[in-house]
Design a protein around this ligand. Sequence first.
Ligand code: NAD
Length: 513
Amino acid sequence: MADTAQAIPERSNATSTFDVENPATGEVIATLPVSGRDEIEATVNACREAQRQWAALSFSQRGKMLKRFRDHLIDHKDEIAETISRENGKPLAECYSNELFYTCESIGFWAKNAIRFLADKQETPRLLKTKKAYSTYKPRGVIGMITPWNFPLVLTVGEAIPALMAGNGVVLKPSEITPLTVVLCCRLAEESGLPPGLLTYVTGLGQTGADLIDFVDMVSFTGSVETGRKIQIKCAEQLKPTTMELGGKDPAIVCADANLERAVNGCVWGSMTNAGQVCISIERAYVHEKIYDEFVSELVNRVEKLRQGHGHEDTDLGPMTFPKQLEKVEHHVESAKRDGAKVLTGGKRSTAKSGYWYEPTVLVDVTEDMEIMRDETFGPVIAVRKVKNDAEALALANDSRYGLSASVWSRDKAGATNIARRIEAGGVCVNDHMIHMLIPEVPMGGVKESGLGRRHGAEGITKYCHQQTIVVDRFGTSKEPTWYPLPKGIKGMLRRGLNLIYRSGWKNRLLGG
Ligand code: NAD
């Protein structure tokens, strides 16, 4: 994993560039071009060409080709894992577990199930029985996928799979912080036999993402609320469909009867994995007063044992991915401290190494007016608050502009599920956290400011389609009763028809109720 700077890829004649760093060392590992409008337009046009042929294939043919791509990804798993770790900082084990497993499973799931969600559906009209009616799903065309840096494979190639299975082409605009995984995987896609240009990318900063919007048919965005809002406004002006997977501030509710050991272990993992840089990280824990002291003491104990180090070392968590993120975490913790919060462990940068390191941190004595309880922190920090009962925990959990995911920890599964149903979040786990992300059968997404639309489940693929309705006349009579010339007495017939059909015994015979 030597940090050698890479040259600008040849495909671009861009005049400006940006650097990609290894967050564990701060060294520049690559310099990439900022794609200009001409290059973006040419990339989308080439993608559109490839997409037309791709859309003509059957689901089974597309599935087979994507599975060949999966084989090629697995052949290159080490190169992919190292690339992710080098640009994002996460431990190699997480690159295999979360990133590669998710993406391979995504291919298997959508290759098998796309047809189930997208097959033509025939309906029998209640009233107009002389017509046959079908609804069909058609690909939207080219999807522009603008993505963040915390999961360089899952949120790019992983999210592209349902769009591809639906017959679309995909142009990725990976985060400027972690674009190398996408560059590598798009090359692997082409090598595996996917049509050249079908799964492709442009590189650059925010402006590149903004420019991409002008050329594509739909925008799939994962990122911050602030950027999501800007993209939503731009797409509204162009009447382009969007899907928005945005930020979160996940609460964990730990009930008095929780299996303490599991709850503590789950909260450590749920808050520290990927150095807390997960949209569905636990950032707030509301713990029942009966078990609060024991919970906090065990939590601190486990957090202090976490091993923080370079991705390729035997390590639990890596550095923060880039300086701005480190500064944000530092700012949240410092401001909470000033407002009266107490740091039980961590609470500062680690200065022993070069790179962007923040110590795993447990905060207590927090209140809801603190920034650390209101805004997404996105770092290795868990803030714990004591509550009197479940009702108080629920009220505090819901007192947020975010609503991405949450968890409830209790031995009473039915009671916990009942609490889960009352949490204002797109997904809630009982005695687990964020695991719904790895179950593509069920929808995942946010409410409130955490997003619009869902990945996974039926909506995870139908969102990449528009629906077309086809109605076929069954009998071929010379004209319909309401066509011209209107038959004499039609008004009276229609008036009588209303009574006959909706008020008499005919209602059941004609309409089935
Ligand atoms: P970000 O919003 O800063 O950037 C995301 C992407 O948008 C980047 O590729 C960036 O270049 C691009 N961009 C920036 N300005 C743009 C503009 N005006 N027009 C078009 N594109 C623009 O987010 P980030 O810091 O990369 O990612 C972290 C955020 O992502 C967190 O809030 C996190 O919660 C969220 N996230 C959400 C999910 C989810 O599934 N809900 C998953 C992962 C991350």
